[in-house]
Unconditional design. Structure first.
Lengths: 271, 248
């Protein structure tokens, strides 16, 4: 349980920060595409007895870089490239699984997460990867924010746009791979997207929004793991449902608060 | 000292000649108003000057350096405000955070520099507000502050006052004049507003794919033949665009 919480919290922090940039770039489904590409890579690893996380990471990064290059050179719409990467990765995975004799326990843990089974070595590896991602993001957050805000102006200012975009894709791919241990391939994008979208409802500046996103993500993971441990439920689903509940609660509170302000203004106008 | 030197610049896109043989220079401290009808190539000219397009012929030198060499010191000396598009209302950034983006890549986001830039544009009191909450005119001033924060030698503005009310436009133009006179910044500014260009610019360049006129502002605005020829060429360009859109 302790290892699950440590690994879960570190994954929550990095995925929420990466997720904020993805959401603001209108690339919310990119995380899904990366995880499905990783699925293809994991299937290669399982079929060839190579450590699946490395093959998953490699295929995820290569697929994402290739698609980004394709989008720039062939001017293919962003959502279409996401669909290509997502479906190709998934198809490759399904094909290899069918050849190798069907689903195994290992594959299930990648699909649905296995945070409760995380070992000491896994926890240390997750901490190392998430620590690296976070350090790079903190170092380059202004440049990444500039590109997200206005890529053309960022280019004019002299920023190496292509290199920064490729670096971001690699960071996102690593973040997806470590997140898979927590919530599995199928729910990775919710861990990236939901806390960020919830944080945006607060209408704050960038730093505060990032902090709120991290707080919501950590809260969802800790609460989700605690509930799943107590009630013997699947951690991945519980975490995501807690996250969704937080989103809906904040949304409802915001809606109610807006209505109250409008009513108050109308009453003031009448009097 | 010449801040900008453009020599025989031509640019074609998908077989269409967008700019043809454009040549002019801009001296330090000048305010150059670039006028021309829609489709004249003003934005394309700026794209070439800012290094956003490389596939042009001719040379563009800014601060003595050929732009194609991509000298980062030169780009740090240029402030750019693009055609006004509404800032994403939902982008989570305060005024201060947006202005801090203008600090050069390796520079620290000094609060002093940011506050000075915001004070210059009259938005210091708004620095903690979200950019999306500001009016159009205020958002443009935020972008000017962002461009100013690196102490640029050259400010390039592409129709910055489009869609802003008259009072805000006048404040905006006063700000440009102040930046030019007090901060000694050279300004290149594309505009449809001939009245504003007449009031503010020291020199004028008219382009309609090719250079129609380049010289002192008074030489253009006090010459009725030139003004008439410009109006006729603008009308022709407008009809051409109209026919192109409606298939006439």
């Amino acid at each position: 349980m302790q290892r699950a919480l440590i690994a879960g919290i570190s994954v929550a922090i990095t995925s929420s920060v990466i997720g904020l940039f993805l959401v603001l770039r209108r690339n919310s489904l990119f995380g899904d595409a990366l995880s499905h590409a990783a699925f293809g890579g994991i299937a290669i690893g399982l079929a060839t007895n190579i450590y699946p996380l490395w093959t998953g990471l490699t295929l995820s990064i290569l697929g994402a870089l290739g698609i980004t290059k394709l989008r720039q050179s062939a001017k293919i719409p962003s959502d279409a490239t996401v669909a290509i990467l997502l479906s190709s990765g998934l198809a490759l995975g399904i094909l290899l699984i069918s050849i190798s004799g069907g689903f195994t326990l290992d594959l299930f843990s990648f699909l649905f997460g296995s945070i409760m089974l995380v070992s000491v070595e896994d926890t240390l590896a997750i901490l190392a990867m998430t620590g690296t991602i976070l350090s790079i993001i903190i170092l380059l957050y202004r440049q990444l924010m500039y590109i997200t805000f206005d890529e053309e102006q960022a280019r004019v200012s002299g920023l190496p746009i292509s290199k920064l975009n490729y670096l971001f894709i690699i960071l996102a791919s690593v973040s997806v791979i470590v997140s898979m241990r927590l919530v599995g391939i199928l729910l990775v994008s919710s861990l990236l997207v939901i806390p960020s979208v919830t944080a945006l409802l607060f209408n704050k500046g960038f730093k505060k929004t990032a902090l709120i996103s991290v707080s919501i993500s950590v809260f969802s993971v800790v609460t989700g793991i605690a509930i799943s441990y107590t009630a013997n439920l699947a951690p991945a689903g519980t975490i995501v449902l807690v996250s969704t509940t937080v989103f809906l609660t904040i949304l409802a509170a915001r809606h109610y608060s807006k209505k109250k302000k409008i009513v108050k203004k109308l009453e003031e106008a009448r009097s | 000292m010449q801040i900008v030197e453009i020599d025989r610049l031509s640019y074609a896109y998908s077989g269409n000649l967008v700019l043809s043989n454009i040549s002019f220079t801009i001296d330090e401290g000048d305010i150059l108003g670039i006028i021309g009808p829609n489709g004249a190539g003003k934005t394309t000219l700026f794209s070439c000057m800012l290094g956003l397009r490389d596939d042009y012929t001719g040379t563009i030198k800014i601060l003595g350096e050929d732009i194609k060499k991509k000298n980062s010191q030169v780009f740090k000396s240029i402030g750019y405000i693009p055609q006004r598009k509404t800032v994403d209302q939902n982008f989570p950034a305060t005024v201060e955070e947006i202005v801090s983006l203008g600090i050069s890549v390796m520079g620290k986001a000094s609060k002093e520099k940011i506050d000075l830039a915001l004070e210059a544009v009259g938005l210091l009191a708004q620095k903690d507000r979200r950019v999306g909450e500001l009016s159009g005119g205020q958002q443009q001033r935020v972008l000017i502050a962002k461009a100013m924060v690196n102490d640029p030698k050259l400010l390039i503005l592409d129709e910055p006052a489009t869609g802003i009310d008259l009072e805000m436009q006048n404040k905006f133009y006063s700000l440009l004049k102040m930046l030019n006179q007090e901060n000694k910044i050279t300004i290149i500014w594309a505009s449809h507003d001939l009245d504003a260009v007449n009031r503010l610019a020291t020199s004028v360049a008219c382009i309609n794919r090719s250079m129609f006129f380049h010289g002192k502002a008074y030489e253009f605005f006090e010459n009725p033949d030139l003004l008439k020829a410009y109006s006729e060429s603008s009308m022709q360009a407008h009809m051409h665009l109209h026919n192109h859109i409606h298939g006439g």
